[in-house]
Ligand binder design. Structure first.
Ligand code: ZN
Length: 471
């Protein structure tokens, strides 16, 4: 995500992927998404399981939720029509289940018999998601209807348990593993759809569009509807890049930035491995948001230069988050710091944008120092460590100035220290060795150490943990 206020080098583990077969129908009178899903879950945990867990992210939006879905500063921009609520209700399953977590945000499915390692199980769920009226990842927005995190998604099993972290208004509080999806969606024919994956069929029946998508090796499935979408497209190799827009006076330029982003990052880090990328102008409270094969770019940005930067940043997330995944709740800086620094690398290579890494570095140093000074003078102290969970940051600014700005400065310092050639070689190795996996900060450190031949533990941890002086 890009906010407006303004991380063993990977071991072979998962070989078979969970398969989600989903049928969805959207009722735009009631703002309700009815769903049926059949999940073929492969037990890659190495241990016997008696239950599996799913995130129910829409329940963060329900009345009485313990978790605000936006910060106070973003409240009015998000709730354009006053406070509005949404939720997700599980209406049926082929197994017993219960809702757990502070906001009933976790679905615990009890298996009728233990699931042995490497065995699979089919879990059937029926559900109904109510969308709030809000300019957010999920919501009926002013110009687009966004279906981010709208369907149940499996929790990641690690360290002997399922990860049950819930929603947080800070950052992108999501963590999921690579899966395959087949999704059929029915909605009023007046809408144009942008979605994760390749469209395999589209028909119109009784005033409704029926559209099917296949998405392989993706971490999530998302779609967006709008009556207002225009679509223009271009190709990079085997990848079709579609730009969906309604309020952009420079659509060809935005498409060109998207094309150059895919070309630049493919050259720098390794090929973009999917056949489609959808860049979608949308009603969205923050600057932009990354999803597999699809990025949201806010229609409410200050100027076109910022709009361009958000396109580049969100596309960089296709490498850092999409292909190389990480726990975005516990290590949000891992993908955000790299997305930020990748954007600066883009600008150095594509000089026609008249900006550069050195300019961005100077600006970030200045912004970071101002942040540190103001917070120190107001609060007496400031915690600039960033290797912590989203719910451990005092506020959104503390998160943004550390997980984005300070993490950018860490990469910039490393780039200067190792030199361009070695730094890029490290990222190529990091990408290639961790494709379709999830990484930890230590995995990233080990990649940089292996390729550069240098001991970098102290370097990284001094940036993670300390209030270092940035001059
Ligand atoms: Zn981001």
């Amino acid at each position: 995500m890009l906010s407006l206020i303004l991380f063993g080098c990977g071991e072979e583990r998962q070989t078979e992927y969970t398969f989600y077969e989903i049928k969805l129908a959207y009722d735009d009178q009631e703002n309700k998404l009815a769903g049926e899903m059949s999940v073929n879950y492969v037990n890659n945990t190495g241990v016997e399981l008696n239950h599996v867990c799913f995130h129910l992210y829409p329940n963060a939006f329900r009345e009485g939720s313990n978790q605000g879905v936006v910060s106070l500063a973003n409240y009015n921009r998000a709730y354009y029509n006053g406070k509005s609520y949404g939720d997700i209700e599980i209406t049926s399953s082929n197994y017993g289940y219960s809702l757990i977590g502070d906001d009933e945000n976790i679905l615990k499915v009890e298996l009728s018999s233990p699931l042995a390692p490497n065995e699979d199980v089919n879990i059937n769920l029926e559900f109904e998601t109510t969308l709030p009226e809000i300019n957010h990842r999920i919501g009926v927005g002013e110009n687009t209807i966004n279906f981010g995190n709208a369907v149940p998604i499996l929790c990641v099993y690690e360290n002997g348990a399922f990860d049950l972290n819930g929603y947080n208004s800070n950052g992108d509080p999501f963590y999921s593993e690579i899966s395959n999806y087949s999704v059929k969606i029915v909605f009023s024919e007046k809408y144009v759809i942008a979605a994760t994956g390749e469209k395999v069929s589209e028909s119109v029946e009784d005033g409704n569009k029926v559209v099917s998508f296949n998405a392989e090796k993706v971490r999530d499935f998302v779609f967006v509807l709008s009556e207002n979408f225009n679509v223009i497209s271009s190709n990079v190799g085997d990848t079709t890049i579609n730009y969906y827009y309604y309020d952009d006076e420079n659509p060809e330029k935005s498409l060109q930035t998207s094309v150059l982003s895919v070309q630049t990052f493919s050259n720098l880090f390794g090929d973009y491995p999917y056949n489609v990328l959808n860049v979608v102008e949308a009603s969205f409270v923050h600057g932009g948001m990354e999803f597999p094969n699809l990025v949201l770019i806010s229609d409410n940005l200050a100027n076109y230069e910022t709009y361009t930067t958000v396109i580049i940043h969100e596309i960089a997330h296709q490498w850092w988050y999409g292909v190389v995944g990480n726990d975005q709740f516990n290590y949000g800086w891992l993908d955000e710091g790299l997305a930020e620094f990748s954007t600066a690398l883009f600008y150095d290579i594509n000089q026609e944008y008249n900006t550069s890494r050195s300019q961005i570095t100077l600006r970030n140093q200045s912004n970071y120092n101002v942040f540190e000074k103001i917070y120190t003078s107001v609060l007496g102290d400031v915690d600039t460590s960033f290797n912590r969970a989203l719910n451990e940051f005092s506020n959104e600014q503390e998160y943004v100035y550390t997980a984005y700005v300070k993490a950018y400065l860490m990469h910039d310092t490393l780039y200067e220290f190792l030199g361009e050639k070695t730094y890029i070689k490290c990222l190529k190795y990091y990408y290639k060795n961790n494709m379709y996996k999830t990484v930890t900060p230590q995995d990233m450190i080990e990649c940089f150490e292996k390729v550069s031949g240098k001991n970098l533990q102290t370097f990284f941890y001094s940036w993670f943990e300390d209030n270092i002086i940035i001059g």
